[in-house]
Design a protein around this ligand. Structure first.
Ligand SMILES: [Zn+2]
Length: 314
């Protein structure tokens, strides 16, 4: 049977590829817009980051020096999320699991209700057809007691459906975050964390068991351990992978040797995602094409991965 996505990939028909339903489940909304959008819509010219960043520290330096200063306050925040929804809509994303940092309610006098109104407004104005799964993000650098204070008012709403933990895996032990994840589970939220991006394979199992995770952001280090891959395969815990991010941050040498192939071959549920579009200048559609061009996957395997992304909510 013919499949439109496979045909579109094989003919490298970018317009057709973007028209077909796909998910993005690893998207940091504050950095989810394209730089040209900021220039066109708001006259904000931003110097793009260098093609090779020096790991997470290099990326962080660019964010702080080149990006943050343009987007201070509520107006800045709203511009970044408008750009993120626009980028997702242009890419034909139909399921967008995108995070908002837990501290962002500070922009609205601490009000979660106002934050939700703002997000709903942007979502419905820019990309009403996208199924948006709002996610709360926590930085692993932050003091956990402070994070819990930030988090508590969110638990009184039904809007946010997922949580994520990001920034360097080495900032503090994973067990420090146990209470946040327990509260999220009590509310029936999805529980994700950035693990195995730079950290060791074994840290995946430790994090899954400590925080009762339902999905992993990155997780590519798992490919270094048969035991960890067997564990993930057995439980079908999805890994939301961002190939360009891994290459640009120097974690993976090239697309052609990306561990996503090994993980896929071991029956692990992998998906393909964008991470930080403002930095990595890529869309999910472009990620599929990169992996096809570099002979990492066939078009039919990429279609299977696309389907993984659409159906991993169960
Ligand atoms: Zn990320």
């Amino acid at each position: 049977m013919r499949n439109a996505f496979i045909d579109a990939l094989n003919t490298r028909d970018m317009q057709a590829i973007t028209r077909i339903a796909k998910s993005d489940r690893h998207n940091h909304g504050f950095l989810g817009g394209r730089l040209p959008y900021f220039a066109q819509q708001f006259g904000i010219e931003i110097e793009p980051p260098p093609s090779t960043l020096q790991g997470l520290d290099g990326m962080h330096a660019w964010i702080v020096e080149q990006f943050f200063p343009h987007f201070e306050g509520a107006a800045g925040f709203e511009r970044t999320y408008e750009a993120a929804f626009f980028a997702a809509q242009q890419d034909g994303i139909t399921i967008l699991e995108m995070n908002i940092d837990v501290t962002h309610r500070s922009l609205y006098d601490g009000s979660v209700t106002t934050l939700i109104e703002v997000l709903e407004g942007i979502h419905h104005r820019i990309a009403p057809n996208i199924h948006f799964i709002p996610e709360i993000g926590f930085s692993r650098y932050s003091d956990v007691r402070e994070l819990l204070d930030w988090f508590t008012p969110y638990l009184e709403t039904e809007y946010f459906q997922s949580i994520d933990l990001y920034a360097t895996e080495f900032a503090q032990p994973i067990e420090n975050f146990r209470e946040i994840y327990r509260l999220a589970k009590e509310k029936g939220m999805k529980r994700k964390a950035h693990i195995g991006e730079f950290g060791p394979a074994e840290s995946l199992i430790e994090a899954i068991e400590t925080l009762d995770l339902t999905a992993i952001q990155h997780g590519i280090s798992a490919a270094e351990s048969q035991d960890v891959m067997a564990y993930l395969q057995e439980r079908q815990i999805p890994l939301h992978i961002c190939p360009t991010s891994n290459v640009r941050l120097g974690r993976v040498e090239a697309y052609a040797v990306h561990p996503i192939r090994t993980l896929f071959d071991h029956g692990i549920c992998v998906t393909i995602n964008s991470d930080d579009i403002a930095i990595f200048d890529t869309s999910v559609s472009e990620e599929y094409v990169h992996l096809l061009n570099e002979n990492v996957f066939s078009a039919s395997e990429l279609n299977q991965i696309r389907e993984n992304g659409l159906h991993c909510d169960a």
